[in-house]
Ligand binder design. Structure first.
Ligand SMILES: *[C@@H]1O[C@H](CO)[C@@H](O)[C@H](O)[C@H]1NC(C)=O
Ligand SMILES: *[C@@H]1O[C@H](CO)[C@@H](O)[C@H](O)[C@H]1NC(C)=O
Ligand SMILES: [Zn+2]
Length: 520
């Protein structure tokens, strides 16, 4: 029996047809059965690839779970670890010697906020290339200050610092939750515990309309003085502390020394209850605020994702999915000559120049370890054979601000993954890497769109140019289209989760063959 798959263009709409031929295509008498796969969706989605509505929704819902469990970079890494381990990857430590062999699947973390995972091809030899997808785990966020306690007019407030370039006005009047890591003393040990208080704890109240008549046309807002979330009233805090015999009374040392002096009893009590520890065990912490409303599907046709941190958890999720699927769904890893890798860094929103950021040597050190045992120049040989996808979100055209986009480069929803190009190299994309990704996309039936910023508009950047400058790996910048980037709650569409995952999976499977066919 022979099975053929055809893709036909009918009424400007792609239809997939499978033909089963029996007993043999060359035989004169043969039975043919034609099966038409679901194609109705291309009517909605235009003349491109047509994943089934179920597949699209399933992928999007899994993405929602990923976001809802990942309120901080620490939780992103924890969630990635869980998914990798479920797919047969195991943890190795930077602090130990490695003995990585072909077909091994491993991951390494740094600062609990960056993670690099890789699957070594069955045919890998040091000096062969690396197929890498890079993204970032951090998003603009409010972070609890080292000394956060504030009391004003009966309110207990929490001082916060702005991390990254957030649209801070969007944080007003939101139900905010808390998440991060807390360092705890346990006997003679110091342990880092992840904390996720998954309910509304804080709120930054806006000023009501009646008190801002003179400001209505121009809302003025100061990041230092107007961004002070309320966590409790002084009255309740006092009552609760007495009732619960809280062993945390500010010793009023100047400057404050322990955590009880630095933070309100309300906050310390919350941490103690959540982690089942005493105030004196809390040594220090990094706590981030986030929207308490879970990520959700939206729109009449449930075709949107309304969620916090799409930038860049979308790319992180698709990278994890692409890698784990490419390594488990097929046995293509056996014949793979490359190392398939994802690198999810922290601190992109502040410029990447940190130990866990893309500006660090983290990736280089890992790549070099994987080149040991080859020729003396195995690492140098491998770099030009490799590819790096710098995956980060792109700007969809805005219904009311379409003039912000260059007329011929206006990414739309459901129209595919966006390739980002910039002549001034704010994006690392080149024609050579674009050709590769177009080949991959053709194989995976994933539509693509192009983005270039207007000449009179500033251009954002990504980890792409940093990585490619450091390592010399041919790089492409791409990502899904979204709206409201850097708002507390952003918006994208569901098909991009499916498409981006399919593209990443296909990149791992197809790149070595495409590379071998390229002549420059
Ligand atoms: C460790 O992770 C936290 C949380 O994302 C971040 O604020 C900090 O900058 C990271 N440290 C380093 C050295 O990368
Ligand atoms: C956006 O809204 C403004 C104000 O209503 C209007 O003047 C403008 O024409 C709109 N722009 C577009 C591109 O729709
Ligand atoms: Zn980003």
């Amino acid at each position: 029996m022979f099975f053929h798959k055809y893709v036909l263009n009918y009424c400007n709409c792609i239809i997939k047809v499978s033909v089963i031929t029996w007993p043999d295509p060359s035989c004169a008498c043969q039975l043919k059965i034609y099966v038409s796969l679901p194609w109705q969706f291309c009517l909605l989605q235009g003349p491109t690839s047509s994943p089934s509505a179920d597949a699209v929704k399933t992928a999007a819902k899994e993405f929602l779970r990923f976001i809802n469990r990942s309120p901080s970079p620490f939780h992103v890494v924890e969630e990635c670890k869980a998914r990798l381990m479920a797919a047969g990857f195991s943890e190795i430590k930077e602090t130990e010697a490695w003995n990585v062999k072909p077909k091994d699947k491993c991951f390494v973390t740094r600062n609990q906020s960056a993670i690099v995972a890789f699957a070594v091809g069955g045919q890998y030899r040091p000096g062969n290339g690396f197929s890498i997808i890079g993204a970032h785990t951090d998003s603009p966020v409010l972070k609890v200050k080292p000394v956060s306690t504030q009391e004003k007019h009966g309110y207990v407030q929490v001082g916060v610092e702005c991390y990254g370039g957030g649209m801070w006005h969007s944080w007003l009047d939101r139900d905010l939750k808390l998440a991060g890591r807390v360092f705890i003393r346990k006997g003679s040990m110091i342990e880092s515990h992840l904390l996720h208080v998954d309910r509304p704890i804080l709120r930054v109240p806006n000023i009501c309309i009646h008190f801002q008549r003179e400001m209505t046309s121009k809302f003025e807002f100061n990041k230092e003085t107007h961004l002070l979330p309320v966590i409790a009233t002084v009255l309740s805090q006092k009552q609760e502390s007495t009732e619960n015999h809280m062993q945390c009374e500010a010793a009023s040392t100047e400057p404050p020394q322990d955590q009880c002096d630095k933070h309100s009893p309300a906050l310390i009590q919350l941490l103690c209850n959540e982690l089942a520890v005493e105030p004196t065990q809390i040594l220090d912490f990094e706590l981030l605020l986030s929207d308490a409303v879970p990520a959700t599907l939206g729109g009449v046709y449930e075709e949107f994702v309304f969620a916090p941190r799409l930038d860049n958890l979308h790319s992180c999720f698709c990278a994890i999915e692409g890698l784990t699927r490419a390594c488990s769904e097929t046995d293509s890893l056996d014949s793979e000559p490359h190392v398939r890798m994802i690198a999810l860094f922290d601190n992109e929103e502040t410029g990447s120049q940190t130990a866990a950021g893309a500006g660090s040597k983290l990736l280089e050190l890992i790549l070099k370890r994987l080149c040991t045992g080859g020729s003396r120049t195995a690492f140098e040989e491998s770099m030009p054979k490799s590819i790096m996808v710098s995956a980060d979100m792109a700007h969809a055209v805005h219904p009311n601000y379409s003039e912000k986009h260059e007329g011929k480069h206006r990414p739309e929803f459901h129209k595919g993954v966006v390739i980002k190009i910039n002549a001034n190299q704010r994006y690392a994309t080149t024609a050579a890497t674009t050709v590769v990704i177009r080949e991959v996309a053709r194989k995976a039936e994933v539509p693509l769109q192009d983005f270039v910023v207007k000449n009179d508009s500033p251009c954002g950047s990504t980890i792409g140019p940093i990585m490619s400058a450091n390592l010399g790996i041919p790089t492409i910048d791409l990502g899904a289209a979204q709206l409201s980037m850097h708002s507390i709650r952003e918006m994208c569409e569901t098909t991009s989760v499916y498409h981006t995952t399919a593209l990443f999976k296909a990149l791992f499977e197809e790149y070595p063959r495409i590379m071998a066919s390229m002549k420059m």
